[in-house]
Design a protein around this ligand. Sequence first.
Ligand code: SF4
Length: 356
Amino acid sequence: MFDPQDLTPVTCSSLKTFKLCRKDYLLRFVRGLRPLTESEALYLGTVIHGCLERWYLAMRNAQTGGRGGMDKDAVVPGIFDYIDASFPDRERDERQKRDWHLARTMFAEYIERYPFEDFEVVEVELQFQCPIFNPDTGAASRTFYMRGKVDALVVREGEYFLLEHKTASVINESYLEKLPLDFQVTLYAHYLEQYMNIRIAGVIYNVIGKARLQQGMGETEEVFEARRAKLLEKSKTGKTTAKRQMPEPDEEYAARLAEKYRGPDMFHRSPLYIPRSQYETLTAEIWELCQQLLIARRTNRWYMNTDICFLYNRPCRFFPICVSGDNPNVVDNKYRVGPIHPELDESAPSRDEMFT
Ligand code: SF4
């Protein structure tokens, strides 16, 4: 069994970060800094992943327990409870309320859209750890090893596939066109093959859109009076039939959201075969990145890439640090030190542990 001992773990996320901005890598994966307030945009995606994890775990347990289909009535209420618990301040916080509505509708409509699957679930939230090999010499790195976690591993028509959940603001042609270039999926498939000694045919992308519909907030008395006064000014009769717009009731908003999710563009599934040639390119790239990472560590030089400070149309999580010239007060007031790879448990189980 592979024992990483004193090696440093790298993950798909850490290598992607290093590729994009070394300063970001230093702050997040060396110093372990986390903003005190995590991004709300990312939180909804995390909750949806949590729902799907519970859903497919129940499906796997039903399949491996030989019970055929799972007992949805026993599973679904627990998942809605999980969503409710994820947004505890929804009565006071508008953002939480909107995401709570969205998460409930996304999950409810998801299980309507996919009531049955044409695959068997082998593992859910499966962790792996593997050596990183030099593609020229075959020698394992003496500094780094690879860790990761896949959403699910499934068998479809006798072949293994990764099941990869994604939440996307827009599911359009350009989004779908980029999927075959997904560095993360090729990396996961390659290392999971090593870890489990299986052959992975490809990936099933399971994309869920994030609807942008807003709940009607209505007008305050003041806003209504101002609008009414303007209408009266323009009225030739000195009268108006304007009525105050009232907030949209929760049930109406939920119904509008559900209608949106029954439309054609909110879910996408596509199985994609991974060409074996992609693994060669990937292993060479990972080795090269690890060499660059070694140099950065030795020289303690972590270059900034200021071209990407506003990637994804929002400021990078470390923008306040960089823009303040690394002011320690900014670090103390806006950040905390947390685990380096919070998405992974302390240790991945060995393959033997998994199958006994
Ligand atoms: S703010 Fe810009 S330079 Fe600083 S870590 Fe983020 S991406 Fe890099």
